[in-house]
Design a protein around this ligand. Sequence first.
Ligand SMILES: Cc1cc2nc3c(=O)[nH]c(=O)nc-3n(C[C@H](O)[C@H](O)[C@H](O)COP(=O)(O)OP(=O)(O)OC[C@H]3O[C@@H](n4cnc5c(N)ncnc54)[C@H](O)[C@@H]3O)c2cc1C
Length: 528
Amino acid sequence: MLNQVPPLEPIDFFEVDLALREALEREGGGWGVGRAHDAGTVAGSIEAREHSRRAERNQPLLRTHDRHGNRIDEVELDPSWHWLLRGAIERELHSLPWREPCPGAHVVRAALMALWGNANGGVLCPVSMTYAAIPALRDGAPELAVAWEPRLTRPDYDHGALAGMAMTERQGGSDVRANITRAEPVAGGGDAGEDVYELRGHKWFCSYPPCDVFLVLAQAPAGLSCFLVERGPGMEFQRLKDKLGTRSLPSSELELHGAYGRLVGEEGRGVPAIARMVNHTRLDCLLGGATGMRRGTVEAIHHSRHRSAFGAPLVDQPAMRNVLADLAIESEASTAAAIRVARSYDETADSAFRRFATAVMKYWVCKRATAHAAEALECLGGNGYVEDSGMPRLYRDAPLGSIWEGSGNVSALDVLRAVVKEPAGLPAFIAECELAAGGDARLDAHLARTREQAQTIFQEGGDPQFQARRMVEELALALQGSLLVRYAPPAVADAFCAARLGGEGGRVYGTLPTGVDAKAILDRALPA
Ligand SMILES: Cc1cc2nc3c(=O)[nH]c(=O)nc-3n(C[C@H](O)[C@H](O)[C@H](O)COP(=O)(O)OP(=O)(O)OC[C@H]3O[C@@H](n4cnc5c(N)ncnc54)[C@H](O)[C@@H]3O)c2cc1C
């Protein structure tokens, strides 16, 4: 057999990711290099690849009743799923910053998420929800945090606990205020005679039903409220979703028949209570988008180096070099932004930037991820369309980040809302972008335009919602450009500024202008 591409694995995904390695050091996570090499090596092993394929092939099954007709609601999961999730839990992807609240802990965790995502994106859903539930519990129900945190943060797959969330209902997911699930107070109804609520209603999406606890939104007498509900009586999982992607991950429909809920936050203040959780899961959506792009870039470059057509390796052919370099700069820009945003979770002083930047970058990176996956898949030709390559899974999984925890429009509108209601966010974001002022004329001009646009969009006669996506896109590009101008090699920063900010690029990947140093970009993106 001639002209066949060797398997990518085994590989240390961290070792070959210079952008991630530099970002980890720069953003305060240098102490996590050893952990990152471990995660990168295990995620890049042949064993991990085979587990991921198997978990994807043997999709989860919901058994609602046993043979005697008793309700059991058990999800059968392939042993490979457990291998993948165990690996994430034992590496503290769900808990590192809460167990070791030291500088850089969120950054190290973000890098570990980006690396383990190469093994399997599906398992990162319960990991992310568990990580994100902790701040919601600490803020909204300290006594529940005391009770549950030791188990939720334990890096022990067999004896720890996992948390899920159930907000979305049939009649609306983005608009959670339209929730109709009811929560009736039961004075002294809890096991220890404490006050609880009985929840009745239906949830249209509830991922990972094996979770031990769920944060659930329901209408209490004072309005929409957030509850911690333990898996058990009063919860019936009706069926699993037949999904486009993340097929190894069970996502369910859930009926609540008087399940006991304990209040998180104040009654009637459910949205701010769960927002603490959602901000953290949004960070993980952003990381997931960057991870997918990185994997697509690596697969595309690897293939092109080992496959020839018309007498020369693909990687040496100018049209392919353009595509690969374009994919690579998009990936590096997304990695740099994701790890910078993760750092803001480590620093209290960065809170204005954190909230704003998470929404902006979640929107943009997740939006870019699907087209990026399609282009990376195409680099492998027909092989990219075949499951063995792993590219169909990458492609199927890509749109999820742009739907979950705020679909595109909802994320963009969230940024608009933040501009008006949290006036410190936009200036903090712009100030971060301006740290690169004077570094590249195209970035400076883009920043000036973006600042002006963010002001004029709200002027009388404007239509801010109609323009929201455009504004968020420009903001996101400004942060990515700023980070690359400050920290990336000149070849990467120059190509990004020319194509994305200077108007010299085209509309699809592979349209970088003449003069960019594609060789330098590719040598960096995947050292030979
Ligand atoms: C794989 C998967 C797992 C999930 N897991 C969970 C889970 O565990 N728990 C959970 O609670 N939910 C979960 N969800 C649900 C998810 O969060 C919702 O699907 C999402 O929030 C969108 O809600 P919706 O589906 O009701 O769409 P809608 O809210 O009906 O939105 C439809 C479209 O309208 C747009 N739109 C909405 N409002 C506006 C507006 N004001 N202006 C302009 N456009 C607008 C949206 O951007 C979207 O494109 C999951 C979804 C998926 C796909």
